[in-house]
Design a protein around this ligand. Structure first.
Ligand code: FE2
Ligand code: FE2
Length: 342
Protein backbone atom coordinates (compact mmCIF):
# COMPACT_ATOMS: atom_id res chain seq x y z
CA UNK A 1 0.00 0.00 0.00
CA UNK A 2 1.37 3.42 -0.88
CA UNK A 3 1.95 6.10 1.74
CA UNK A 4 -0.79 8.18 0.18
CA UNK A 5 -3.31 5.31 0.35
CA UNK A 6 -2.42 4.74 3.99
CA UNK A 7 -3.15 8.37 4.79
CA UNK A 8 -6.42 8.01 2.96
CA UNK A 9 -7.39 4.92 4.96
CA UNK A 10 -6.43 6.57 8.23
CA UNK A 11 -8.48 9.62 7.31
CA UNK A 12 -11.39 7.32 6.41
CA UNK A 13 -11.20 5.67 9.84
CA UNK A 14 -11.14 9.05 11.49
CA UNK A 15 -14.24 10.19 9.58
CA UNK A 16 -16.01 6.92 10.46
CA UNK A 17 -15.22 7.56 14.14
CA UNK A 18 -16.55 11.14 13.86
CA UNK A 19 -19.77 9.95 12.18
CA UNK A 20 -20.38 7.25 14.81
CA UNK A 21 -19.74 9.62 17.69
CA UNK A 22 -22.08 12.30 16.31
CA UNK A 23 -24.84 9.75 15.57
CA UNK A 24 -24.49 8.26 19.07
CA UNK A 25 -24.66 11.74 20.65
CA UNK A 26 -27.71 12.90 18.67
CA UNK A 27 -29.65 9.74 17.80
CA UNK A 28 -32.86 11.58 16.91
CA UNK A 29 -31.50 14.46 14.81
CA UNK A 30 -32.21 14.54 11.05
CA UNK A 31 -29.50 12.92 8.86
CA UNK A 32 -28.79 16.19 7.04
CA UNK A 33 -28.15 18.03 10.34
CA UNK A 34 -25.81 15.27 11.47
CA UNK A 35 -24.03 15.38 8.10
CA UNK A 36 -23.42 19.11 8.51
CA UNK A 37 -21.81 18.42 11.90
CA UNK A 38 -19.59 15.75 10.32
CA UNK A 39 -18.40 18.24 7.66
CA UNK A 40 -17.69 20.78 10.40
CA UNK A 41 -15.88 18.41 12.73
CA UNK A 42 -13.80 16.90 9.92
CA UNK A 43 -12.74 20.40 8.84
CA UNK A 44 -14.30 19.91 5.43
CA UNK A 45 -12.44 16.63 4.67
CA UNK A 46 -15.71 15.28 3.20
CA UNK A 47 -18.46 16.97 1.19
CA UNK A 48 -21.97 17.31 2.60
CA UNK A 49 -23.22 14.56 0.27
CA UNK A 50 -20.41 12.19 1.29
CA UNK A 51 -21.10 12.91 4.95
CA UNK A 52 -24.83 12.36 4.48
CA UNK A 53 -24.24 9.02 2.79
CA UNK A 54 -22.03 7.87 5.70
CA UNK A 55 -24.54 9.12 8.26
CA UNK A 56 -27.39 7.28 6.52
CA UNK A 57 -25.32 4.14 6.37
CA UNK A 58 -24.50 4.41 10.10
CA UNK A 59 -28.20 4.96 10.87
CA UNK A 60 -29.00 1.83 8.86
CA UNK A 61 -31.27 3.66 6.41
CA UNK A 62 -29.06 3.24 3.34
CA UNK A 63 -30.68 0.13 1.92
CA UNK A 64 -31.36 -3.38 3.16
CA UNK A 65 -27.94 -4.87 2.15
CA UNK A 66 -26.04 -2.06 3.82
CA UNK A 67 -28.16 -2.48 6.94
CA UNK A 68 -27.59 -6.25 7.05
CA UNK A 69 -23.80 -5.95 6.68
CA UNK A 70 -23.39 -3.19 9.26
CA UNK A 71 -21.28 -3.93 12.34
CA UNK A 72 -22.83 -1.00 14.24
CA UNK A 73 -26.42 -2.16 14.50
CA UNK A 74 -26.85 -0.45 17.88
CA UNK A 75 -26.71 2.91 16.04
CA UNK A 76 -29.53 1.94 13.65
CA UNK A 77 -32.78 3.82 13.63
CA UNK A 78 -35.99 1.81 13.48
CA UNK A 79 -37.26 1.80 9.91
CA UNK A 80 -40.48 3.77 9.59
CA UNK A 81 -43.07 2.11 7.35
CA UNK A 82 -43.93 4.27 4.35
CA UNK A 83 -46.55 6.89 5.17
CA UNK A 84 -45.97 6.71 8.94
CA UNK A 85 -46.37 10.13 10.53
CA UNK A 86 -44.15 11.49 13.26
CA UNK A 87 -45.91 11.88 16.60
CA UNK A 88 -45.83 15.15 18.55
CA UNK A 89 -43.15 14.91 21.27
CA UNK A 90 -44.65 14.44 24.73
CA UNK A 91 -44.78 17.60 26.84
CA UNK A 92 -42.41 17.74 29.79
CA UNK A 93 -44.45 20.46 31.52
CA UNK A 94 -45.57 19.48 34.99
CA UNK A 95 -49.07 20.18 36.30
CA UNK A 96 -49.36 23.18 38.63
CA UNK A 97 -52.33 22.67 40.91
CA UNK A 98 -53.72 24.54 43.92
CA UNK A 99 -53.11 23.20 47.42
CA UNK A 100 -56.57 22.79 48.93
CA UNK A 101 -56.57 23.07 52.73
CA UNK A 102 -59.77 21.02 52.65
CA UNK A 103 -60.90 22.63 55.89
CA UNK A 104 -64.26 23.74 57.20
CA UNK A 105 -63.65 26.05 60.14
CA UNK A 106 -61.38 28.94 61.04
CA UNK A 107 -57.97 29.42 59.45
CA UNK A 108 -55.54 31.83 61.13
CA UNK A 109 -53.20 33.53 58.66
CA UNK A 110 -49.88 35.03 59.72
CA UNK A 111 -47.78 36.60 57.00
CA UNK A 112 -44.43 38.39 56.65
CA UNK A 113 -42.98 37.68 60.09
CA UNK A 114 -39.40 37.91 58.71
CA UNK A 115 -37.76 36.22 61.72
CA UNK A 116 -35.24 37.22 63.22
CA UNK A 117 -36.47 40.74 62.32
CA UNK A 118 -40.00 40.15 63.65
CA UNK A 119 -41.96 42.58 65.81
CA UNK A 120 -42.47 40.77 69.12
CA UNK A 121 -45.42 42.91 70.25
CA UNK A 122 -47.32 42.63 66.97
CA UNK A 123 -46.66 38.90 66.62
CA UNK A 124 -47.79 38.24 70.20
CA UNK A 125 -50.99 40.26 69.63
CA UNK A 126 -51.74 38.33 66.42
CA UNK A 127 -51.16 34.96 68.10
CA UNK A 128 -53.31 35.95 71.11
CA UNK A 129 -56.13 36.98 68.76
CA UNK A 130 -55.95 33.76 66.74
CA UNK A 131 -56.06 31.77 70.00
CA UNK A 132 -59.09 33.76 71.18
CA UNK A 133 -60.75 33.03 67.84
CA UNK A 134 -60.02 29.31 68.39
CA UNK A 135 -58.60 28.75 64.91
CA UNK A 136 -58.75 25.20 63.52
CA UNK A 137 -55.69 25.66 61.30
CA UNK A 138 -52.68 27.95 61.10
CA UNK A 139 -51.24 29.17 57.80
CA UNK A 140 -47.86 30.93 57.64
CA UNK A 141 -48.41 32.72 54.37
CA UNK A 142 -44.81 33.34 53.29
CA UNK A 143 -41.81 35.39 54.43
CA UNK A 144 -41.91 33.82 57.89
CA UNK A 145 -38.10 33.91 57.69
CA UNK A 146 -36.01 36.75 56.32
CA UNK A 147 -32.90 34.88 55.09
CA UNK A 148 -30.98 38.15 55.17
CA UNK A 149 -27.62 36.34 55.29
CA UNK A 150 -28.12 34.59 51.96
CA UNK A 151 -29.88 37.40 50.13
CA UNK A 152 -28.31 38.60 46.89
CA UNK A 153 -28.64 42.19 48.05
CA UNK A 154 -25.71 44.04 49.56
CA UNK A 155 -25.40 43.02 53.21
CA UNK A 156 -24.10 44.49 56.41
CA UNK A 157 -21.37 41.99 57.47
CA UNK A 158 -22.18 42.65 61.13
CA UNK A 159 -25.67 41.22 60.65
CA UNK A 160 -24.58 38.28 58.54
CA UNK A 161 -24.91 35.16 60.67
CA UNK A 162 -26.83 32.49 58.84
CA UNK A 163 -26.51 29.93 61.64
CA UNK A 164 -28.22 32.34 64.07
CA UNK A 165 -30.94 33.11 61.54
CA UNK A 166 -31.72 29.41 61.10
CA UNK A 167 -31.76 28.88 64.86
CA UNK A 168 -34.16 31.81 65.33
CA UNK A 169 -36.40 30.39 62.58
CA UNK A 170 -36.50 26.99 64.29
CA UNK A 171 -37.32 28.62 67.62
CA UNK A 172 -40.14 30.62 66.02
CA UNK A 173 -41.75 27.51 64.53
CA UNK A 174 -41.38 25.57 67.80
CA UNK A 175 -43.00 28.45 69.68
CA UNK A 176 -45.89 28.66 67.20
CA UNK A 177 -46.46 24.90 67.42
CA UNK A 178 -46.52 25.21 71.23
CA UNK A 179 -49.10 28.04 71.02
CA UNK A 180 -51.26 26.08 68.55
CA UNK A 181 -50.95 22.44 69.60
CA UNK A 182 -52.70 19.70 67.65
CA UNK A 183 -54.12 21.82 64.81
CA UNK A 184 -53.30 21.75 61.12
CA UNK A 185 -50.17 23.86 60.46
CA UNK A 186 -49.20 24.81 56.89
CA UNK A 187 -46.29 27.02 55.78
CA UNK A 188 -46.01 28.55 52.32
CA UNK A 189 -42.74 29.68 50.74
CA UNK A 190 -42.60 33.42 50.10
CA UNK A 191 -39.94 35.22 48.11
CA UNK A 192 -37.68 35.35 51.17
CA UNK A 193 -37.76 31.57 51.76
CA UNK A 194 -37.11 31.03 48.04
CA UNK A 195 -33.66 32.51 48.72
CA UNK A 196 -32.82 29.13 50.27
CA UNK A 197 -33.19 27.22 46.98
CA UNK A 198 -31.45 29.97 44.96
CA UNK A 199 -28.53 29.92 47.40
CA UNK A 200 -28.24 26.12 47.15
CA UNK A 201 -28.36 26.25 43.35
CA UNK A 202 -25.47 28.72 43.46
CA UNK A 203 -23.34 27.10 46.15
CA UNK A 204 -24.16 23.38 46.14
CA UNK A 205 -25.96 22.59 42.87
CA UNK A 206 -24.96 18.92 42.94
CA UNK A 207 -26.91 18.18 46.13
CA UNK A 208 -29.46 20.99 45.97
CA UNK A 209 -32.33 18.64 45.06
CA UNK A 210 -31.53 16.07 47.76
CA UNK A 211 -34.50 15.98 50.16
CA UNK A 212 -32.06 16.31 53.06
CA UNK A 213 -31.26 19.84 51.83
CA UNK A 214 -34.92 20.89 51.77
CA UNK A 215 -35.95 23.88 53.85
CA UNK A 216 -38.55 21.67 55.58
CA UNK A 217 -35.82 19.30 56.71
CA UNK A 218 -33.59 22.08 58.07
CA UNK A 219 -36.50 23.51 60.04
CA UNK A 220 -37.70 20.13 61.32
CA UNK A 221 -41.17 20.36 59.75
CA UNK A 222 -41.70 16.62 60.22
CA UNK A 223 -41.21 16.70 63.97
CA UNK A 224 -43.37 19.80 64.32
CA UNK A 225 -46.13 18.46 62.07
CA UNK A 226 -45.90 21.33 59.58
CA UNK A 227 -46.85 20.93 55.93
CA UNK A 228 -44.80 22.81 53.33
CA UNK A 229 -46.31 24.46 50.25
CA UNK A 230 -43.81 25.65 47.65
CA UNK A 231 -43.64 26.20 43.92
CA UNK A 232 -45.75 29.38 44.19
CA UNK A 233 -48.86 27.19 44.51
CA UNK A 234 -52.21 28.78 45.22
CA UNK A 235 -53.63 27.71 48.59
CA UNK A 236 -57.41 27.27 48.79
CA UNK A 237 -59.36 27.93 51.99
CA UNK A 238 -62.81 26.90 50.80
CA UNK A 239 -63.42 29.01 47.68
CA UNK A 240 -60.86 31.65 48.72
CA UNK A 241 -57.54 31.48 46.84
CA UNK A 242 -54.57 32.61 48.96
CA UNK A 243 -51.23 33.81 47.57
CA UNK A 244 -48.14 35.15 49.27
CA UNK A 245 -48.21 37.89 46.62
CA UNK A 246 -44.87 37.43 44.81
CA UNK A 247 -46.36 34.84 42.46
CA UNK A 248 -47.76 37.54 40.18
CA UNK A 249 -44.28 38.81 39.34
CA UNK A 250 -43.55 42.47 38.94
CA UNK A 251 -45.91 44.62 36.98
CA UNK A 252 -48.04 46.94 38.97
CA UNK A 253 -45.48 47.80 41.63
CA UNK A 254 -46.47 49.39 44.94
CA UNK A 255 -50.04 50.27 44.02
CA UNK A 256 -51.72 52.88 46.23
CA UNK A 257 -54.10 50.17 47.37
CA UNK A 258 -52.50 46.74 47.32
CA UNK A 259 -55.81 44.86 47.20
CA UNK A 260 -56.86 46.90 44.15
CA UNK A 261 -53.46 46.13 42.58
CA UNK A 262 -54.18 42.43 43.10
CA UNK A 263 -57.61 42.86 41.50
CA UNK A 264 -56.09 44.63 38.47
CA UNK A 265 -53.65 41.73 37.95
CA UNK A 266 -55.84 38.74 38.77
CA UNK A 267 -59.47 39.77 38.25
CA UNK A 268 -60.35 37.20 40.87
CA UNK A 269 -61.10 37.13 44.56
CA UNK A 270 -57.86 36.55 46.46
CA UNK A 271 -56.13 37.10 49.80
CA UNK A 272 -52.41 37.90 49.79
CA UNK A 273 -49.54 39.17 51.96
CA UNK A 274 -46.12 40.35 50.72
CA UNK A 275 -47.05 44.06 50.50
CA UNK A 276 -47.06 44.42 54.32
CA UNK A 277 -50.28 46.48 54.17
CA UNK A 278 -53.85 45.80 55.19
CA UNK A 279 -56.31 46.65 52.42
CA UNK A 280 -59.53 45.47 50.82
CA UNK A 281 -61.00 46.10 47.39
CA UNK A 282 -64.36 44.88 46.13
CA UNK A 283 -65.78 45.25 42.66
CA UNK A 284 -69.09 43.98 41.24
CA UNK A 285 -69.34 42.90 37.63
CA UNK A 286 -72.17 43.64 35.17
CA UNK A 287 -74.17 40.63 36.36
CA UNK A 288 -73.87 41.58 40.01
CA UNK A 289 -71.33 39.04 41.19
CA UNK A 290 -68.67 40.52 43.41
CA UNK A 291 -64.92 40.04 43.41
CA UNK A 292 -63.18 40.89 46.69
CA UNK A 293 -59.42 41.14 47.16
CA UNK A 294 -57.67 41.34 50.53
CA UNK A 295 -54.09 42.13 51.48
CA UNK A 296 -52.88 41.39 55.00
CA UNK A 297 -50.45 43.38 57.14
CA UNK A 298 -47.03 42.19 58.27
CA UNK A 299 -45.61 41.11 61.64
CA UNK A 300 -42.03 42.27 61.14
CA UNK A 301 -39.93 45.23 62.23
CA UNK A 302 -41.43 48.32 60.61
CA UNK A 303 -38.16 50.20 60.22
CA UNK A 304 -35.67 47.82 58.56
CA UNK A 305 -32.44 49.32 57.20
CA UNK A 306 -33.53 48.74 53.58
CA UNK A 307 -36.89 50.53 54.00
CA UNK A 308 -36.73 52.95 56.91
CA UNK A 309 -39.69 54.93 55.60
CA UNK A 310 -42.55 52.87 54.25
CA UNK A 311 -46.31 52.57 54.30
CA UNK A 312 -46.51 49.22 56.06
CA UNK A 313 -48.80 48.25 58.91
CA UNK A 314 -49.00 45.31 61.25
CA UNK A 315 -51.87 42.87 60.83
CA UNK A 316 -53.07 39.31 60.19
CA UNK A 317 -56.32 37.56 59.26
CA UNK A 318 -58.80 34.86 60.22
CA UNK A 319 -60.78 33.18 57.45
CA UNK A 320 -63.94 31.33 58.46
CA UNK A 321 -64.65 28.62 55.85
CA UNK A 322 -68.22 27.32 55.76
CA UNK A 323 -69.43 23.88 54.72
CA UNK A 324 -70.48 25.16 51.26
CA UNK A 325 -66.91 26.56 50.77
CA UNK A 326 -68.12 30.16 51.13
CA UNK A 327 -66.02 32.22 53.54
CA UNK A 328 -65.78 35.32 55.72
CA UNK A 329 -62.53 37.20 56.14
CA UNK A 330 -61.53 39.12 59.26
CA UNK A 331 -58.62 41.22 57.99
CA UNK A 332 -57.39 42.98 61.10
CA UNK A 333 -54.71 45.57 61.78
CA UNK A 334 -52.55 45.72 64.90
CA UNK A 335 -51.59 49.04 66.43
CA UNK A 336 -49.37 49.26 69.50
CA UNK A 337 -50.14 45.67 70.42
CA UNK A 338 -53.93 46.03 70.02
CA UNK A 339 -56.09 44.36 67.40
CA UNK A 340 -58.04 46.92 65.35
CA UNK A 341 -60.75 46.02 62.91
CA UNK A 342 -60.42 47.63 59.47
FE1 FE2 B 1 -42.47 40.27 53.29
FE1 FE2 C 1 -42.76 38.79 50.29
Amino acid sequence: MSKRKLRGAALGDEITAIVREIVARHPDAPARTLARRVVEESNGAVTLEQARSRVRSTLGVHGADDRRQSTQKHLHRPIRPAGQRIAMPPSQAEPWLPFDLGITGRVGILSDIHVPYHDETALKAAVDHLQAEKVDALLLNGDWADFYSISRHEKNPKLRNFRNELAAGRDLLKWLRQEFPGIRFVAKLGNHEERWASWLWQHAPEISDDPIMGIDNWYGFNNLGIELVGDKRIILAGALPILHGHEKGNGISSPVNQARGAFMRLHHTVLEGHGHRTSTHSEPDMMGSETVCFSTGCLCDMRPAYARLNKWNHGAAVVAVHADRSFDVENFRIQAGKVRQS
